[in-house]
Design a protein around this ligand. Structure first.
Ligand code: GA4
Length: 330
């Protein structure tokens, strides 16, 4: 990674060498209405830790209304948005990601979903009809959560686990620790002058939770890291959801499912809006390889930890760190 000192890019990272961003055609697509969905989900998690979901049953208005509300927020004057920050970790953030010096070409709102309400501090900034914003967030999250529970149940089924709510119960629990992120990657016309390099919007990382569910507008930028270490650009699809395996699910499947490394590149001309629901378990929940998934004599690759311990440790790390390495068995 190269860090440029041109004023517009202060402290921001550019990718090493330009590779034309050809879209990767191999992203698995899971049709939730297809009876083979469970098997396809398992295969996608085995191969990529990532897949696209179609025929999910979520009305498109839930997505478009929230996108419009997110833009309404991000289009406010900077001084007003700043009043909803800095993130603690919830709230408005601009360029800084997390507490340990990571930066990107991004502004965002990080929201707590438990309870599923937008803080007064954030909505009071939207002087006109703030309740439309909170209502859009609420509707979107309830629908996406429902779909996520369905995906997690199909996943458990596909893995042949008898207790099909083994994953979904962690998110269903009223104490589940889920959060929600609205990201805005503004266009970056200055990039043209630096042809040959890409500007990092959100640096490479894995998500610590069990599962993440993303929806974006029609602007590309998301890349996932394939098993051979190459970056694959994901074709945007505003009517579908992209799901990725998080670190906690990697642990529960004893490394069978990989928590996918991903990043977002800024675009020269188009602004990208994404909304991500992060499904995390209750803070006191113990995360460990599921005994029913261990073959005879198979060693547990990870030590047991509570979600609270893992989350604390994640917040001490930098984005690109391998957070699970501290919890691996020798
Ligand atoms: C990555 C996944 C989610 O966006 C997030 C991020 C969190 C944050 O932005 O506050 C973290 C990052 C994420 C992992 C390591 C720590 C925490 C920034 C960071 C450097 C909300 C999350 O839960 O973990």
């Amino acid at each position: 990674m190269v860090v440029l000192s041109q004023p517009a890019f202060d402290h921001l990272s550019l990718t090493e060498a330009y590779k034309p961003t050809t879209l990767f055609a191999g992203i698995p697509v899971v049709d939730l209405s297809d009876p083979s969905a469970r098997a396809l989900i398992v295969k996608a998690c085995d191969d990529f830790g990532f897949f696209k979901v179609v025929n999910h049953g979520i009305p498109v208005e839930f997505m478009t209304i929230l996108e419009a509300e997110a833009l309404r927020f991000f289009n406010l004057p900077q001084s007003e948005k700043d009043r909803a920050g800095p993130p603690d970790p919830f709230g408005y953030g601009n360029k800084r990601i997390g507490p340990n010096g990571d930066v990107g070409w991004i502004e965002y709102l990080l929201l707590n979903t438990n309870p599923n309400i937008v803080s007064n501090k954030t909505i009071s900034i939207l002087k006109e009809n703030p309740e439309i914003f909170s209502c859009a967030v609420k509707n979107y999250i309830s629908a996406v959560k429902k779909m996520t529970l369905r995906v997690l149940e199909l996943m458990a089924d596909g893995l042949g686990i008898r207790q099909r709510n083994v994953f979904s119960k962690l998110l269903k629990d009223e104490r589940s620790d889920c959060c929600f992120r609205l990201n805005h990657y503004p266009p970056c016309p200055e990039l043209q002058a630096l042809s040959g390099r890409n500007l990092i919007g959100f640096g490479e990382h894995t998500d610590p939770q069990i599962i993440s569910v993303l929806r974006s507008n029609d602007t590309s930028g998301l890349q996932i890291c394939l098993r051979d270490g190459t970056w694959a650009s994901v074709e945007p699809d505003q009517n579908s959801f992209f799901i990725n395996v998080g670190d906690s699910l990697q642990v529960m499947t004893n490394g069978r499912f990989r928590s996918v490394k991903h990043r977002v590149l800024a675009d020269i001309m188009k602004s990208r809006i994404s909304m991500i629901y992060f499904g995390g378990p209750p803070l006191n929940e113990k995360i460990a390889p599921l005994p029913s998934l261990l073959a005879e004599g198979e060693k547990k690759l990870y030590k047991e930890f509570t979600w609270c311990e893992y989350k604390k440790s994640a917040y001490k790390s930098r984005l690109a760190d391998n957070r699970l390495s501290l919890f691996e068995n020798a």
